[in-house]
Design a protein around this ligand. Structure first.
Ligand code: ADP
Length: 496
């Protein structure tokens, strides 16, 4: 049987053929140390690209470049000009969409179908959406009670911003951070994850083609411990916007303390997916499987904890397990692949550790738990469903970041709410029921930044995204997302 594999487009072949340098001050330059690192194809473990490896001096140079560009006038550029460039960039990504889908699929292992359907259009959507805010971020006139005084506020760009992003949605997270920062008039140093640096670097080429002034966007791949830490602690960086694990989020806060730079964080999650007894189980089974297994479960908003009423637990677990075992696992670039490999051996080992812990603590695997048949190489894992899970178990508390569903049951609404909120996280929650009154009442009791009622993974660049509790600080996307990159100045005028 022949399997259709998406052939690499010429631009991707050419891009991968050369070691990829950094973008600093509008120029493509190698690491000062000459160091490089290799990108591995998660489906085979083989090297397919080489990238310059950022050190402290490279980060210093990138920050200096961003500072110069800020001072040279990007901050004062008319909003309409920033909007024009953001729109131009969106058009260019659209024209090169397949390249981004291929680079992210190769680098992260994700199914190319998902990259085409979600990652790349979402990236384009963010540039278009935030181009609108470039002309609309405004202050207010405050009706102060001091006689004869005028008081008004203006929003100014925060300055130089370090953007540190993870490997699970590479070009998408680059856009989610770049678009609001640039629309607000900030200049940036983007550090993509070491596992997936390629699409950000290709984006850098299009940023130049779009005509952004040199130094407005600088891109320096490198390790978290060196390049990421250097950016987070840099005394001339005014803000860090980070997406990644809660553990690294804590390190970012500590590193930012030196110059008290502003910090926004989009961190981990352990989202409850709640099923009431009246829900349509066929619909829920499809949605529950999709909520956890899309992108190999490597998503902060993955529906990791299925909280199902005890009356329909058996039926729903069986239905979800049926769907899990039918998922076509394979290399990301293979057209019929529904779930790809995990991003790295390290991630596969980490998830494997959680499987062992679940079994050791008394949970039971209904389906999955092993390497899929016929996939001898690469970082593959079967879609896995655990039942007999107790809320106190490690697999019900910690973010697994892999294709592992934990199923728990509940008996009354207070028991449900207690279990749903019983983790340190608070990113997202889902509720399935035809009783909308109950759904709204439950939404009010969820400690989560986003609640999905009869849906999952509903997103829009206009809708705020972020976490309660240890899932983060601040809100990305929407007006709040753009405002996060501004300072508010209050101006008083004595009119007496
Ligand atoms: P994951 O757990 O999903 O791999 P991480 O939180 O480890 O995510 O990584 C997300 C991003 O944070 C990556 O770009 C990574 O290089 C970066 N990073 C990791 N450690 C640090 C650190 N100590 N300081 C700054 N950035 C870091």
């Amino acid at each position: 049987m022949s399997i259709e594999v998406s052939p690499l487009v010429d631009n991707v072949k050419a891009f991968l053929a050369q070691p990829r340098p950094f973008l600093i001050d509008g120029k493509w330059i190698a690491a000062r140390s000459g160091a490089t690192f290799e990108s591995l194809d998660p489906a085979t473990g083989e090297v397919f690209a080489t990238v310059s490896d950022g050190g402290e001096k490279d980060i210093d140079a990138a920050v200096e470049s961003a500072r110069r560009a800020f001072d040279r006038g990007w901050a004062q550029a008319p909003g309409a000009e920033r909007a024009r460039l953001l729109n131009r960039l969106a058009d260019l990504i659209e024209a090169h969409a397949e390249e981004f889908a291929q680079l992210d699929s190769l680098d992260s292992g994700k199914p190319i179908s998902l990259a085409r359907l979600a990652d790349v259009p979402t990236a384009i959507g963010h540039f278009r959406y935030f181009s609108g805010w470039a002309t609309k971020l405004s202050g207010e006139t405050i009706p102060v009670s001091v006689p004869g005084f005028l008081n008004y506020t203006v929003r100014e760009p925060i300055g130089v911003v370090g953007l540190i992003i993870p490997w699970n949605f590479p070009v998408m997270f680059a856009a989610v951070k770049l678009a609001p920062a640039l629309c607000a008039g900030c200049t940036v140093v983007l550090k993509p994850a070491e596992q997936t640096p390629l699409s950000a670097l290709r984006l850098g080429e299009l940023i130049q083609e779009a005509g952004f002034p040199d130094g407005v966007v600088n891109i320096v791949p490198g390790s978290g411990e060196i390049a990421g830490a250097a950016l987070a602690s840099h005394p001339d960086v005014d803000k860090i916007a980070f997406t990644g694990s809660t553990e690294v989020g804590r390190k970012i806060i500590a590193a930012a303390a030196g110059n008290l730079k502003k910090v926004s964080l989009e961190l981990g999650g352990k989202a409850p997916n709640i099923v009431l007894p009246d829900a349509d189980l066929d619909v829920v089974a499809d949605a529950a499987a999709d909520a956890i297994f899309f992108n190999q479960g490597e998503a902060c908003c993955a529906g990791t904890r299925l909280l199902v009423h005890e009356s329909c637990r058996r039926e729903l677990v069986d239905e979800v397990a049926k769907r899990a075992s039918a998922i076509k696992v394979g290399p990301g670039l293979q057209s019929d692949t529904q779930m790809g490999p995990l991003v790295s051996q390290e991630q596969l080992d980490r998830v494997g550790g959680y499987l062992e812990s679940g079994l050791a603590q008394g949970a039971r695997i209904v389906t999955g738990g092993g390497r899929p048949a016929g996939l001898e190489r690469g970082y593959f894992l079967e879609p896995t469903v655990f039942e007999d899970v107790e809320a106190s178990m490690t697999i019900a508390q910690e973010e697994i970041f892999g294709p592992v569903l934990t199923v728990m049951s509940w008996h009354d609404i207070d028991d449900l709410v207690q279990k749903a909120n019983d983790t340190v996280y608070g990113l997202a929650a889902g509720i399935w029921t035809n009783d909308l009154k109950q759904a709204h009442a439950l939404a009010a009791r969820m400690k989560a930044g986003t609640v999905w009622i009869n849906c999952w993974n509903a997103f829009d660049p206009g809708s705020p995204w972020g976490g309660y509790r240890q899932s983060g600080w601040g809100r990305e996307t929407g007006r709040l997302g753009a405002e996060q990159y501004t300072e508010v100045k209050s101006v008083w005028v004595n009119m007496n």
